[in-house]
Write a protein that binds this ligand. Structure first.
Ligand SMILES: Cc1cc2nc3c(=O)[nH]c(=O)nc-3n(C[C@H](O)[C@H](O)[C@H](O)COP(=O)(O)O)c2cc1C
Length: 133
């Protein structure tokens, strides 16, 4: 069993959410994996860091599908992160999906503005380290 996993959906060429995911993963001591490469959460996980971004006000449909396919008994807790131009709605929408499934979601989430990814990488490493226990 992989105790901690970092999964993300990142769509622009800049790879903003991917870069934040990779830093969170560095802090947590694991490897970040795109949901494009692993479209379903496999096995059991204590802590799942999950992130995405809004595109024209909604998260990528693949990310929604991924979240909806998670089986509650396979995850202990989810920690969310997002990048965007202004909106935190991806976090709120994901939280709603997991609340309905009774999967615990940490109150704290990580946000990085799309124009300040570089400035947030260190904080993302710290966030991964501090939220992986
Ligand atoms: C087509 C498109 C639509 C977007 N719509 C929104 C939006 O509605 N709200 C917002 O805050 N940011 C919006 N953004 C900004 C992205 O959420 C932001 O660039 C994010 O960091 C992209 O993450 P990624 O590089 O991992 O794909 C949009 C970006 C694109 C390309």
């Amino acid at each position: 069993m992989e105790r901690i996993k970092v999964r993300y959906c990142s769509r622009t060429k800049a790879g903003n959410t991917r870069r934040i995911a990779e830093s969170i993963a560095e802090g947590a001591g694991v490897t970040a994996i795109s949901i494009d490469d692993e479209p379903k959460l496999i096995g059991k996980t204590d802590i799942l860091f999950l992130g995405g971004a809004p595109y024209a006000n909604i998260m990528a449909p693949e990310l929604r599908k991924y979240a909806e396919s998670i089986e509650p008994e396979t995850v202990g807790r989810i920690v969310l992160f997002t990048t965007s131009n202004w909106s935190r709605r991806t976090v709120h929408a994901l939280r709603k999906i997991f609340n309905e499934k009774n999967i615990p979601v940490a109150d704290k989430f990580f946000y990085a503005h799309m124009l300040n990814i570089d400035g947030k990488l260190e904080a993302a490493v710290r966030f991964g380290r501090e939220n992986c226990n």
